[in-house]
Unconditional design. Structure first.
Length: 500
């Protein structure tokens, strides 16, 4: 029997009425055992209406009330870690340890939201003029929306809605239709924690649902994480309709390895950053730039490690890398490898012939390693979003840096070196929003903000952290002047007993 994933609107499951459905496959088997309702514009409107109605009370709720709910939500998330990770593995395919890590990173933002009382403190200046005080406060926006990708079906939504809700907004989430169940479970747990009906709503869908959110007059802001072309479209469309937008796009993250680097540490880092979660993450290292004479030795060490990676179903504890999310995505990723030699790349590891016994219909792709990749190669020019690592060569630090900065993407970059001076130069000179020094995936902790530069971000605000609080609130300045009671003609009667 096929399972059906419906919407979550007004605090309860609402069956889809559009009569349009999307398949949800188990990537390890290729079996389609679930279908997801694809919302119409009318169903999106119902979710926004529920959020708007809930905002009337949630927007004026006390900080104590909000944080009490958030603390209970955090406790439930912690208790259901394994369950949520299993849901992620079943629909996305990543191994259980990766899925648990995803839940843990989402929990960081919930914990940040639990401390919203300090994040929303305003400022006060007294006596700026005679008996005049000026205060700055932050207030919620109203109904806000989030559109999240398939690669982190729990973490990325938790980058958005806990902080938005803590700030007093209500939320409509449109998760990826490829793996929708995790977001629905999060909504159920938030309701169990005491979140009022309508504060968090989940509508599943495709472009029709996305477009309905982008133009809806009652949606004040949109958060998005996905590919650069769609991020640009979301930003252009939503801002044209008067909305605040943070749209995080794609990436081509580089790792610069200098001649003095610890090559074993660099190889370990490159393998985990390139092949973890099957390369399906926007902060994956997809390009290693080897400087000077270290290239051959580094490639050899990477190959030695990559060949040992155990590829298999995510629910097998022995598996270190799972399948790709869909058959179509697997074929697209494989095409970058099959066409690489003709573009001048040296194919060190192919990965396209990967097969897993007993799971022959799964969407498998083994680690692929391309060396001496020219910058003109398609595998270097485009975001692959799969387990394909390109190695480029540079003679000097300056040449490697120029190569990195010439990329249209600016999500993350890393340098591996023992030289503090070189590391300091790189962190200042690399044109990327997030930089790692001997850290391959420099994703900030929850209380610092995540976001890139150039074609990796559209909008002025990074996500979560201080930027997230600013994005989900708007500032207001209040200037007040109160007369001195002593200046009143007959004084002021405050109702106290008179003793004379």
């Amino acid at each position: 029997m096929t399972k059906t994933v419906h919407h979550w609107i007004g605090g309860k499951t609402v069956e889809g009425t559009s009569d349009r459905w999307g398949p949800v496959a188990n990537p390890a088997t290729g079996e389609v055992g679930t279908r997801v309702a694809l919302a119409s514009a009318g169903e999106v409107d119902a979710a926004v209406a529920a959020a708007r109605a809930a905002y009337a009370t949630w927007g004026t709720s006390s900080l104590a009330q909000r944080t009490a709910v958030l603390f209970r939500f955090r406790a439930l998330l912690d208790a259901h870690r394994d369950e949520i990770a299993a849901i992620i593995t079943a629909e996305h395919g990543k191994v259980h340890s990766d899925a648990l890590g995803e839940v843990a990173r989402g929990l960081e933002i919930v914990e940040l939201a639990c401390g919203i009382t300090t994040q929303l403190k305003g400022e006060l200046s007294t006596q700026v003029s005679h008996r005049v005080d000026v205060a700055s406060i932050r207030q919620p926006l109203g109904v806000v929306a989030g559109i999240s990708p398939f690669n982190f079906p729990a973490m990325v939504p938790m980058w958005m809605f806990p902080l938005a809700i803590a700030c007093g907004n209500t939320f409509v989430l449109k998760p990826s239709e490829k793996d929708p169940s995790a977001s629905l479970r999060l909504a159920e747990l938030f309701a169990e924690a005491g979140l009022p009906d309508g504060v968090l709503n989940v509508v599943h869908g495709d472009k029709e649902a996305v477009d309905a959110l982008l133009v809806h007059p009652d949606v004040a802001a949109v958060s998005f994480v996905g590919s650069t072309p769609i991020a640009r479209y979301v930003h252009t469309t939503a801002t044209a309709h008067g909305k605040r937008v943070q749209a995080l796009g794609g990436a081509k993250n580089h790792m610069l390895v200098l001649p003095d680097a610890d090559l074993d540490a660099a190889a370990d880092a490159a393998v985990s950053a390139a092949y973890g979660s099957a390369g399906e993450r926007c902060m994956a290292i997809s390009a290693v730039v080897a400087v000077g004479s270290v290239g051959d030795a580094l490639v050899g060490k990477i190959r030695e490690r990559a060949e040992k990676i155990k590829v298999g179903p995510g629910d097998d504890p022995a598996s270190e890398m799972g399948p790709l999310v869909t058959a179509a995505h697997r074929e697209k990723v494989a095409s970058y490898v099959t066409g690489a030699a003709a573009e001048g790349c040296e194919v060190v590891l192919d990965g396209t012939d990967c097969a897993v016994e007993g799971h022959e219909e799964g969407y498998w792709m083994g680690p692929a390693l391309l060396d001496k990749v020219p910058t003109s190669a398609r595998a270097y020019q485009e975001e692959i979003f799969g387990p394909v690592l390109c190695v480029l060569r540079a003679e000097t630090y300056e040449e490697g840096l120029a190569l990195i900065n010439a990329s249209p993407y600016g999500n993350g970059a890393a340098v591996f070196t023992r030289d503090g001076g070189a590391a300091r130069r790189f962190q200042l000179e690399a044109e990327a929003g997030m930089v790692g020094v001997n850290v391959p995936i420099p994703v900030p902790v929850g209380y610092h903000s995540f976001g890139g530069w150039k074609d990796s971000l559209f909008g002025d605000h990074h996500i979560y952290g201080n930027d997230g609080v600013r994005f989900y609130t708007r500032g207001k300045v209040v200037t007040t002047r109160w007369p001195d009671p002593a200046d009143a003609p007959a004084g002021v009667d405050l109702g106290f007993p008179r003793n004379h």
